[in-house]
Design a protein around this ligand. Structure first.
Ligand SMILES: Cc1cc2nc3c(=O)[nH]c(=O)nc-3n(C[C@H](O)[C@H](O)[C@H](O)COP(=O)(O)OP(=O)(O)OC[C@H]3O[C@@H](n4cnc5c(N)ncnc54)[C@H](O)[C@@H]3O)c2cc1C
Length: 318
């Protein structure tokens, strides 16, 4: 083993001993994405708490390693060649919720569905549009998840984040610069630790009914029986991405085992053995069709992680 490799292994050993959480080498990301696709993370860390997270961030900085954060992995495509550097998974170890009347302080690893369930038990909601969204709180706030023109951001009062230097600070609602499927967390190397939501008092039965309706609609309209990652493209300002993809004849298009769903054209499904390359190639082809037929560039909602340099996607001029 070269001296460089020996030093690197020693350094990983130091990280492993310094934190309470898990450190894994070459962990397959297909285990951590709803698409069930993705190569290995060079170093995969599941911090136990915020101290672990800060230790990991400082370690990555000292070792000049890039960082990628993953929550439930329900809105990402990970390259078949994996992710270089450190992948930090914020999930079940960040799982506390503290309710105080209509407010609830929720840690980033709590699933959105768990928050809704716990709220419902206390006659609290105001986020009925979010039933069925499978993300964790961190990813859902970073993405400003929502549906039917309603967004999670409307219920977020503030969040606590940590930057890649390991400094923790608070950002109020207005400082997060929320927009459609956007918050500044996406652009500024920030990791969400927890968030304060203000929920609305509501009758239990009413919330339960809204949940059922919402889940029935999702079952009817979305191909939830297949591995997928939600909407591939953002809706253009005046129409739906699903509609334009359908009108451009994209439904059913297939590359390998990746297929544009027959049920909902803005969903790509993994029929079994799709690769990330199949999926992103299909995205490129769908974009090209829509551009040709509708003179419209569809922007990605889904996030890409790892190397996709050999597939050129269209981007809107900023
Ligand atoms: C069947 C299905 C239906 C869906 N329906 C909807 C829907 O109706 N509406 C909708 O908006 N979305 C929907 N989605 C997409 C997805 O569930 C949401 O975007 C979700 O909120 C993402 O959360 P996540 O934890 O899975 O994030 P991930 O996919 O893990 O990550 C998404 C992004 O957030 C970042 N991130 C993750 N955790 C953190 C953190 N702690 N701090 C900072 N950044 C972080 C990641 O780096 C990445 O850029 C659906 C997905 C599926 C599979």
């Amino acid at each position: 083993m070269s001296l460089k490799n020996q030093k690197f292994n020693k350094s990983i050993e130091v990280l492993t001993k310094s934190i309470r959480g898990e450190v894994l080498l070459d962990e397959l990301m297909s285990r951590h994405t709803s698409f069930k696709i993705g190569g290995s993370a060079e170093i995969f860390v599941k911090p136990y708490d915020a101290d672990d997270l800060i230790t990991t961030l400082r370690w990555a900085k000292n070792n000049k390693m890039p960082i990628f954060v993953v929550g439930n992995g329900t809105n990402i495509i990970v390259s078949d060649s994996g992710i270089e550097g450190v992948v930090i998974k914020i999930s079940d170890t960040f799982s506390n919720m503290i309710f105080d009347r209509n407010d609830v302080l929720v840690q980033a690893g709590v699933s959105l569905q768990k928050l809704l369930e716990e709220g419902m038990r206390r006659n609290l909601c105001g986020m009925e549009f979010a039933w069925g969204i499978p993300g964790a709180i961190g990813g859902s706030i970073a993405m400003n998840a929502g549906s039917n023109s309603r967004f999670l951001s409307t219920r977020v009062k503030y969040v606590n984040v940590v930057d890649y230097n390991g400094s923790i600070f608070k950002l109020n609602h207005d400082e997060l610069r929320f927009d459609y499927r956007y918050s500044r967390i996406q652009d500024e190397n920030l990791i969400l630790l927890d968030a304060l939501f203000e929920l609305e008092s509501k009758d239990f039965k009413e919330i339960e009914k809204e949940r059922e309706t919402s889940i029935i609609i999702r079952r009817e309209k979305q191909p939830i029986n297949y591995p997928c990652a939600g909407s591939v493209f953002k809706n253009p300002p005046t129409t739906y991405a699903g509609r334009v993809l359908d009108e451009a004849g994209c439904k059913g298009l297939r590359i390998g085992d990746a297929q544009i769903s027959e049920l909902h054209a803005n969903f790509i499904i993994n029929l079994g053995n799709a690769t990330a390359h199949d999926i992103v190639s299909l995205i490129r082809d769908a974009q090209a069709r829509v551009y040709k037929v509708k003179d419209l560039i569809l922007e990605l909602e889904i996030k890409l992680a790892g190397n996709f340099r050999d597939i050129r996607l269209m981007e809107k001029k900023k």
